[in-house]
Structure formats: structure tokens, C-alpha cells
Design a protein around this ligand. Structure first.
Ligand SMILES: [Zn+2]
Length: 361
């Protein structure tokens, strides 16, 4: 399957945390002959048709994207909202958004602001907060928003962005590469492995509600009870503002191997194993020690009796805004690295990685 087409469909789907329905539909459309199950929270599981093996590797990503929720509608028909996930106020104004109304229809709106013509000097210089922002759907009253647009408190809101691809430099531009790139990576890794004779079960787990606190992955890890896990992320790129030696998430330099963030410290022997395999297979990768951030690895590595987790990120510029850039070459190398790591797993290696001290690894 063409990865860019898959990423396009996933990126264009709307899925605020808790409202991942449309992403699940895209996964269903593109899953091919993988078997699929959806749990009560909408976590989605993909499996290859394989005989049962003693050890299981879970491939994780999350389907939700940073969005908002309508909170109340005022007398002028302006919609006040709260963030779902990590936004900062100055990335939000003057952008188009989509609000899913009570009938399940998407209503386009503009994040509104007072025109500069009417602003006082104090207003121009005042710090921007999300509380000061509203969404205008072109209505003029509370009644119109409620009765005609069918928008009430509790409706999900997402950025309105259409995916584009530049064939020349292999760079994709779209919304929520965090983490639809991960969802695509699960499907493509399973596709890459389905005709291989593997020593482990491989299960894809596309989790809900990561952006509000890695909630879906608490359930997926408990359901699958993996021996090892690989977390795919659309990871924030730092190449547009960091010096060459400082940057650890550069477009075109391959998947990011994450050693540390605020949610976990990487399993150093699993990381070494994966780095060695990437090197052996000439797959480029970049090491990253994040000062902040977190992924589903935070929930997964603490689940059950403790799980060695590897986090592979495809660098994506400007995540948690409307628009991101990422390289399709990095995406393919992320899938390749995960697939090669899984191909090399034997029961002995899995056992070794699960022991407190490795003899060989
Ligand atoms: Zn995120």
C-alpha cells in the first residue's frame, strides 16, 4: 500500500480526544486483510493472521489529535471553547476549525479576534490567552448557533487542514502528524511483516485519548499484556530552530530513538538492540534526549509487570499547531527499523530483554 495515500487519509480525518470515530473508519478502510477489533473506549486493535506464539510485541500509536471542545455560546453567537491537549494560545487565532455538531455534521468556523482597527494600545499589547478566543461560524445569536447550527456545549473541534505532498523533496504537509504518522506506521509495519516467519505475535494498538493524558494506552496495554512494545510517534522536530549539533529531530535524518522524556526513561538494552539492528541494515536514525514531552510509553512501560518499550518517532515540524511538515523518507525508515527489530526477535532475546540484567544484551 502507498504510505503517502494512507497518511493523507489518516491526516485528513478528524479525531479530537474521545471523538476518534472518523479515524477508526479510515483505519478500517485501509487495514487490508488485517483483523480488527474496537473496544468500548474506541481503542482499535489490528492483528496479522498468525499462529499463536509465546511472546507478544505491541505496536502503539494514538488516533486522537490536539483539538478543542465547545464550552458555551454567548449572546452574539460566538462559541467559547477549551483545549483538549497541549495548545498555546498564540498558535490558535485566525485559523479555520471544524466543529462536529449534534447531527454529526462538520461546521466550519474561524477562530475570531477583535480587528486591529478597534483595539486599544493596551489590548494590542495584552498577553493572549485561550479564554479570550472565540469561534465564529458566521452566526449572529445564541439561538442561531443552537437551533440552526446544532452546536451545543461538548462538541469536538479540530483544525481544518487538507493534506499535501511535495513529490520533489518527499515532504508531506498536513495536520496531526502527531500521531496519524504512528497509526500509518502500525499498518505499514504489520503489512511489512505479514509474510515473515516471526518468533513473536505482533499486535497493533491504536489508542484513544493520548493527548489528554495517555488514557487509551492504559487499557490497550492491559488488554494485550505485551512482552515488549514499540511506540510510534510523530515527534516534534527541532531542526528549524536548533544548531546542527543540538538538533535531535531533524527532517530527513531518520527515525528518532527516544532515550528520555517526562513520561519514561528508555529501556537501555532494548534501545541498544534496536540501534545495532538499524546500523546493520543501514537505516538512518537519530538519538534524542527530550527535556519535556511524553508518549504512551509512559503508560505502557508501567503496565502489568513492567514492559520494555522502544519509542520511534518520525520528526514532524510544528506539531500541536494546524500545520506540520514531515518527510515520507523518514516515515519509511521508521517502519523499516521497527520491522527489522521485530524480525530479529527470538524467544531468547525477548526473555533476555525482560530480565533485570541481560547476559548478552
Ligand atoms: Zn501530541
Amino acid at each position: 500500500m502507498n504510505s503517502v495515500k494512507l497518511i493523507e487519509a489518516l491526516s485528513n480525518a478528524y479525531g479530537a480526544p474521545g471523538f476518534e470515530d472518523d479515524v477508526v473508519k479510515v483505519v478500517k478502510e485501509y487495514k487490508g486483510d488485517l483483523s480488527m477489533e474496537v473496544d468500548t473506549l474506541m481503542n482499535t486493535y489490528l492483528r496479522m493472521d498468525q499462529s499463536d506464539k509465546p511472546f507478544t510485541v505491541m505496536l502503539d500509536s494514538h488516533m486522537d489529535e490536539v483539538g478543542f471542545m465547545t464550552q458555551y455560546i454567548d449572546d452574539k453567537g460566538l462559541i467559547h471553547f477549551i483545549p483538549l491537549g497541549g495548545w498555546i494560545a498564540h498558535n490558535i487565532p485566525a485559523h479555520l476549525v471544524m466543529i462536529k455538531n449534534c447531527d454529526g455534521e462538520y461546521i466550519e468556523g474561524v477562530v475570531s479576534s477583535k480587528p486591529p482597527h478597534f483595539m486599544s494600545e493596551a489590548e494590542r499589547n495584552a498577553p493572549l490567552t485561550i479564554d479570550n478566543l472565540t469561534i465564529d461560524v458566521g452566526a449572529s445569536s445564541y439561538d442561531e448557533v443552537i437551533n440552526d447550527f446544532k452546536i451545543i456545549p461538548g462538541c469536538p473541534i479540530v483544525p481544518a487542514v487538507t493534506f499535501k505532498y511535495n513529490e520533489k523533496n518527499k515532504v508531506m504537509r498536513g495536520k496531526c502528524f502527531d500521531n496519524r504518522l504512528g497509526c500509518a506506521a502500525i499498518i505499514q509495519t504489520l503489512n511489512a511483516l505479514k509474510n515473515e516467519d516471526l518468533a513473536v505475535n505482533v499486535v497493533g494498538a491504536l489508542a484513544v485519548q493520548e493527548e489528554v493524558g495517555t488514557r487509551g494506552a492504559v487499557v490497550t496495554a492491559r488488554t494485550i499484556k505485551p512482552d515488549l512494545a514499540i511506540v510510534f510517534e510523530g515527534t516534534p522536530a527541532d531542526d528549524s530552530f536548533s544548531s546542527e549539533y543540538m538538533a535531535q529531530s531533524v527532517l530527513g535524518k531518520g527515525p528518532q530513538v527516544r532515550h528520555r522524556d517526562n513520561s519514561y526513561i528508555g529501556h537501555h538494552r532494548f534501545i541498544k538492540f534496536a540501534r545495532d539492528i538499524a546500523t546493520k541494515n543501514n537505516i538512518p536514525f537519530q538519538d534524542a534526549v527530550r527535556k519535556a514531552g511524553g508518549t504512551n510509553a509512559g503508560s505502557i512501560h508501567l503496565s502489568n509487570e513492567g514492559i520494555p518499550v522502544l519509542v520511534l518517532g518520525t520528526p514532524s515540524r510544528y506539531i500541536h499547531t494546524h500545520y506540520s511538515y514531515a518527510s515520507s523518507v523518514d516515515f519509511e525508515n521508521t517502519v523499516k527499523m521497527a520491522a527489522e527489530v521485530i524480525k530479529e526477535l527470538t524467544p531468547d532475546i525477548v526473555k533476555e530483554l525482560k530480565q533485570p540484567f541481560g547476559e548478552k544484551l
